[in-house]
Ligand binder design. Structure first.
Ligand SMILES: *Cc1c(COP(=O)(O)O)cnc(C)c1O
Length: 264
């Protein structure tokens, strides 16, 4: 099971050789659609040698993300796996039989379909191209200050590592993320993927304009300068939000989901 581009935002050009080797050893290749937003309408997973694929509709096709669902991940496969499909599709002895909720969350699938039809044959690859362009634009505008985990052209996301900053002035990825809140910017994914230390993974997506990207770039740059000038100030962030640094375990276990107007 692989994503391509992978979790650090790089397209693996060896994919045909990888899937060939797996097939030669009698294995099958499963495409995790997590990063399809970089290649939709441009590269077909089947042509990369994958036999089965799921699409994370909330990542690529504009269906709701988070809040505990509902989600949907439609699965597709090549002809060789057709006999194994659920029995409403394959009336064969090999069928895996009944699967609960055959069609998944139907309403979510309809939303994804509406999105695909709205963008159309030209709009779908254009969205991917813009997602990749936006990520590379941001990465290039930040790479003189922030250390990138991989110095290559990225796909729809890039990963920076704040290991040096943490080591030199004790400012962490968490501190930078919290400082972004003071500027009204939702922080990117933090401490993921695990193979990159002090990671911030930035995925601007196709929907951001050049203006908003430039603003985010400016904010990232100001925070870096502020960290260098006064590392301690970063440990205080956020200072302009209704609540400051929350106890993350309590926030996850006992979330306060309604605004009460009171501040604890
Ligand atoms: C997002 C992601 C997941 C989780 O997928 P969900 O559909 O959000 O549960 C798993 N693996 C990778 C590589 C991802 O990027």
């Amino acid at each position: 099971m692989l994503t391509n581009p992978n979790t650090v935002g790089l397209f693996d050009k060896n994919i045909l050789e990888i899937t060939r080797i797996v097939h030669e050893a009698g294995g099958l290749c499963y495409y995790d659609g997590a990063n399809l937003n970089a290649v939709m309408g441009i590269v077909r997973p089947g042509d990369m040698g994958f036999d089965v694929i799921h699409l994370n509709l909330h990542k690529t096709f504009s269906t709701p993300h988070g809040g505990g669902g509902p989600g949907s991940g439609p699965v597709g496969c090549k002809e060789c796996l057709r006999p194994f499909l659920p029995d409403f599709m394959a009336k064969t002895p090999e069928s895996i039989g009944r699967v609960k909720m055959f069609y998944g969350n139907f309403g979510v699938v309809v939303k994804a379909l509406a999105y695909i039809m709205t963008l159309g044959r030209e709009g779908i690859p254009e969205a991917s191209s813009n997602a990749v362009l936006n990520a590379n634009y941001m990465m290039n505008k930040l790479s003189d200050l922030y250390k990138m985990a991989y110095n290559e052209t990225c796909m729809h996301e890039f990963v920076m590592t704040l290991e040096d900053l943490k080591h030199d002035i004790n400012v962490s990825a968490m501190d930078i993320a919290k400082a972004l809140l003071d500027y009204g910017i939702h922080p990117p994914t933090m401490y993921f993927p695990l193979i990159v230390h002090e990671a911030l993974m930035v995925e601007p997506t196709e929907t951001e304009s050049k203006e908003t990207l430039d603003e985010a770039i400016e904010v990232f740059r100001s925070i870096y300068e502020a960290a260098k000038a006064d590392p301690e100030s970063l440990h205080q962030a956020p200072v302009r939000t209704p609540v400051r640094r929350l106890d993350e375990v309590t926030a996850a276990r006992k979330p306060v989901l309604r605004y009460t107007g009171e501040q604890e």
